[in-house]
Design a protein around this ligand. Sequence first.
Ligand code: FAD
Length: 408
Amino acid sequence: MINRYDVLIVGAGHSGAQAAISLRQRKFEGTIAIIGEEAELPYERPPLSKEYLASEKQFDRLLIRPAPFWEEKGVTMLASRRVVSVNPEAHWVVTEDGETVGYGRLIWAAGGRARRLGCSGHHLSGVHSVRTRADVDRMISELTVARSVTVIGGGYIGLEAAAVLTRMGKRVTVLEAMERVLARVAGEQLSRFYEAQHRAHGVDIRLNTVVECIEGQEGRANGVRLAGGEVVPADMVIVGIGITPSVEPLREAGLGSANGVPIDEHGRTSLPDIYVVGDCALHINKYAHGSPIRLESVQNANDLATVVAYAITGDPRPYDSVPWFWSSQYDLKLQTVGLSIGHDATVVRGDILSRSFSIIYLKEGSVIALDCVNAAKDYVRGKALVAGRAKIDPLQLADVTIPLTSTV
Ligand code: FAD
């Protein structure tokens, strides 16, 4: 006799937790279980590179819901179990320990794994990723002795970690392969702003820098060798070069590719009763101008999970949320709305030097995204502009005396 649940959720992270919460909010009365590879109850990942790394927030405060919530809502937590295969015909999954768990509907919410470096030395101790609580606990335990830290990758996670560690008094170097930080996610003005801010705090930001390998002694990293032969000394190395979607069992079952699993606007895959949400869902997003995209954000994880709960409870509503994201570095709160990919013009609203401004991204005259730095009002008002693809005179957008509304 195998355990069987009406809804089985694989992945106890943001989207998995939200799927269960939304199903119960929608009065779903069937059985629900969440299988998760990590030992913890679902927790918020964003603080891992911010307040948790800085030891400003205890782990309890990261929990998405307190422990009793799951029992009260009748959600069974199957922790510390990794699903290794999915049988779509039999409607069951198998865990690493050989346990078989049946499902009526399967929601795949397994997120992604931190991408590892392909070069030698990537396995040395002192080389860290920032994806799980366990990753950050390992880092924190080494920080008492580490004085110099080299961060490989100038994306949001690497830069957030650099900001925290600099504030702790560490000597921090950031190595970025491209010609600017945040190149995948933001326009050039924002990249240059953050490079300048980090440099002003003493971070050594190196662009166009190719890592050859991690060097070490007695199994422990002590430096990063660059393509030109220079070795950047490091007591600790943090690798922040993106994620690989965790979808292998679904791929073996015939779904998707290494870059995620395609879903329709209700989160459904091409196999019956299998849904995919969160970081590993390759979806059509109208704010990405029609191309399939994977988004790695709490907004996307929560909203897709909610869309699936609506579909399962018989009131399907297509996914059409405006993407949003945030990042905290030093005293800078960045709030992003929309997707700037494909923009053909930008407008700076406010004075960049004042450290409170917004960059507004336009495509064919329409507002498609905003990056708002210490400018919460622009962010709130900007959302409506992005949703409506508002066309506003760039001179008005730049004028801080005119509120950002689509009616002007
Ligand atoms: P996750 O939250 O990663 O959850 C997936 C879970 O599935 C994990 O617990 C994993 O162990 C488990 N799992 C994987 N494979 C299996 C398997 N085979 N069997 C069982 N369990 C499995 N987003 C923002 O919007 N703003 C931010 O500021 C921000 N900061 C971030 C900082 C860091 C350090 C990180 C790592 C992410 C950050 N993000 C941020 C991104 C955001 O956290 C993710 O987009 C979100 O967590 C995705 O949710 P998810 O449910 O898809 O995946």
